[in-house]
Design a binder for this molecule. Structure first.
Ligand code: AMP
Length: 380
C-alpha cells in the first residue's frame, strides 16, 4: 500500500517523499487512516516501528484545514517519557511540517534546562511535546493552557509509568477536556497501561505491531577475554587498528564513561560522553555531532542510550556488559539495521564470563571469545 492511499494531501505526500519514506510501515498503514477518521487509537509498538510518523502525519494533515489559533491554548499535546524522545518527536513534526501551506508551530519542552526560554517560546504553539514533570511546572506558572486540547498522544506510556510518572500523568489527564481524541502508544500492554487505556480511550482502534525479529545474522559479533586493567588499552587499540570511524561504546557508569573519554582524547581519539549528568544542551550537541559523523567515539550509559534514534552504526563496543540479555541485544541491534552489516565487540573480564554465557544462551547464538594476552597494548 503506498502513502497515497492513506488519505494524505499532496503537500504532505511531497514532504514524505523528501524524507525518503517510500512505503508506509505497518503501524502507519493502520494508524494514519484511524487517526484521520478521528478515532481513538491504542498502538502496541516499539521505537523503530515508525510509530512517530504514524501520529505526526495525520495530525499535521488535521491542521491543514484549521484556522490559526487565537490564544495560548495547546491544540495537540504529546506526552513523552524522556527529553530525548520529546526532542525527537518535535523534530519529526518540524521535518514534515516545514513546507506545508498551513504552518503548525511545534515545541518540545522538558526538564533539565532553564524554564524561562520555554515559557517565552510557548507563544502561538499549537503542538506541544512535553515530558510530564516540565509540563506540570509550566502549567503551574500559567504559561499555557491545555483545557482546550483536541488531540492527546501518550507516547511510550509504559515507560512513562515505569519511570514513576503515574501521578503526573493523572494530574495532566485531569486538566484535559473530556472530549478529545486520544492516542496511546506503548511497547507493552501491562496492567498499568491497561488501566489508563480503560479510563482514557473511547472504543479505540487497536493496533499491535510485532517487533520484527532482530536479524542477528547481519551482526558480526566477537568478544575479547581481557583483564580489567587492560580493558582501556584494548579499547583504544581496537579503535585505532581497526580504523573505526563511528563507534558507540557502552559503559556501566557515568564515571567509567567520563574516564574512558578522557583517556581516548589523550590518545588522540575524538570522543565524548553521553550520560544523565550532562546538561541537556551538551547532550543534544554531542548526539548531533555523533549522528552526523563529526564525533568519532560516543561513550554512553544504557539509560540515556534508550530512545536515541541512530539509524545505523558500523561499530558497537561493550566496554562493560549490560545486566540483561535484552539490553545486550538492544545495544548490538544498533548495528546491522536495515540490511546493513555491523560489528559488535564485547570486552569480557574473568568475572563476566558466566554472565556472557547466559547472554549467549538467551540470544541463542554463540560468540567466540578471542584471547587478548598476545596483543601488544603498550602505547595505547
Ligand atoms: P520510530 O519508531 O518512529 O522512532 O521510527 C523509526 C525510524 O524509522 C525513524 O528513523 C524514522 O525516520 C524511520 N521511518 C519511519 N517510517 C518510515 C518509512 N515509512 N519509511 C522509511 N523510514 C521510516
Amino acid at each position: 500500500m503506498p502513502f497515497q492511499s492513506l488519505g494524505l494531501s499532496e503537500p504532505l505526500l511531497k514532504a514524505i517523499e523528501a524524507q525518503q519514506y517510500t512505503k508506509p510501515y505497518p503501524i502507519q498503514e493502520q494508524a494514519i487512516p484511524a487517526i484521520r477518521a478521528g478515532k481513538d487509537v491504542l498502538g502496541i509498538a516499539k521505537t523503530g516501528s515508525g510509530k512517530t510518523a504514524s501520529f505526526v502525519l495525520p495530525i499535521l494533515e488535521w491542521f491543514q484545514d484549521k484556522g490559526t489559533p487565537q490564544n495560548r491554548s495547546i491544540r495537540v499535546l504529546v506526552l513523552a517519557p524522556t527529553r530525548e524522545l520529546a526532542i525527537q518527536i518535535g523534530s519529526v513534526f518540524q521535518a514534515f511540517g516545514e513546507k506545508l501551506p498551513r504552518k503548525v508551530k511545534t515545541m518540545a519542552v522538558y526538564g533539565g534546562v532553564s524554564i524561562n526560554p520555554q515559557m517565552i517560546g510557548l507563544q502561538n504553539v499549537e503542538v506541544l511535546v512535553a515530558t510530564p514533570g516540565r509540563l506540570l511546572d509550566l502549567l503551574s506558572r500559567r504559561a499555557l493552557s491545555i483545557s482546550e486540547t483536541e488531540i492527546l498522544v501518550l507516547d511510550e506510556a509504559d515507560k512513562m509509568l515505569n519511570m514513576g510518572f503515574a501521578d503526573e500523568m493523572k494530574d495532566i489527564l485531569f486538566l484535559l477536556p473530556r472530549k478529545k481524541q486520544s492516542i496511546l502508544f506503548s511497547a507493552t500492554l501491562g496492567d498499568a497501561v491497561e488501566s489508563i487505556h480503560q479510563s482514557l480511550l473511547n472504543n479505540p482502534v487497536k493496533i499491535s505491531i510485532e517487533e520484527p525479529e532482530q536479524d542477528l545474522e547481519l551482526i558480526k559479533q566477537s568478544a575479547y577475554r581481557v583483564s580489567s586493567e587492560r580493558k582501556g588499552p584494548l579499547l583504544r587499540y581496537l579503535i585505532k587498528t581497526e580504523e573505526m570511524q563511528q563507534v558507540l561504546v557502552f559503559a556501566s557508569s557515568k564515571r567509567t564513561a567520563d574516564n574512558l573519554v578522557e583517556k581516548l582524547k589523550k590518545n588522540g581519539i575524538d570522543a565524548a560522553a553521553l550520560h544523565s549528568e550532562k546538561s541537556q544542551g551538551a547532550r543534544t550537541e554531542t548526539l548531533n555531532k555523533f549522528k552526523t559523523g563529526r564525533l568519532r567515539v560516543l561513550v554512553a550509559t544504557d539509560l540515556v542510550s534508550r530512545g536515541i534514534d541512530i539509524q545505523y552504526l558500523p561499530y558497537v563496543i561493550n566496554f562493560d556488559l549490560p545486566r540483561s540479555p535484552q539490553d545486550y541485544v538492544h545495544r548490538i541491534g544498533r548495528t546491522g539495521r536495515a540490511g546493513a552489516t555491523g560489528e559488535a565487540i564485547s570486552l569480557i573480564c574473568p568475572e563476566d564470563e558466566h554472565h556472557f554465557k547466559i547472554i549467549q544462551k538467551k540470544m541463542k547464538k554463540r560468540v567466540d571469545i578471542l584471547e587478548s594476552d598476545d596483543l601488544e597494548l603498550k602505547g595505547y
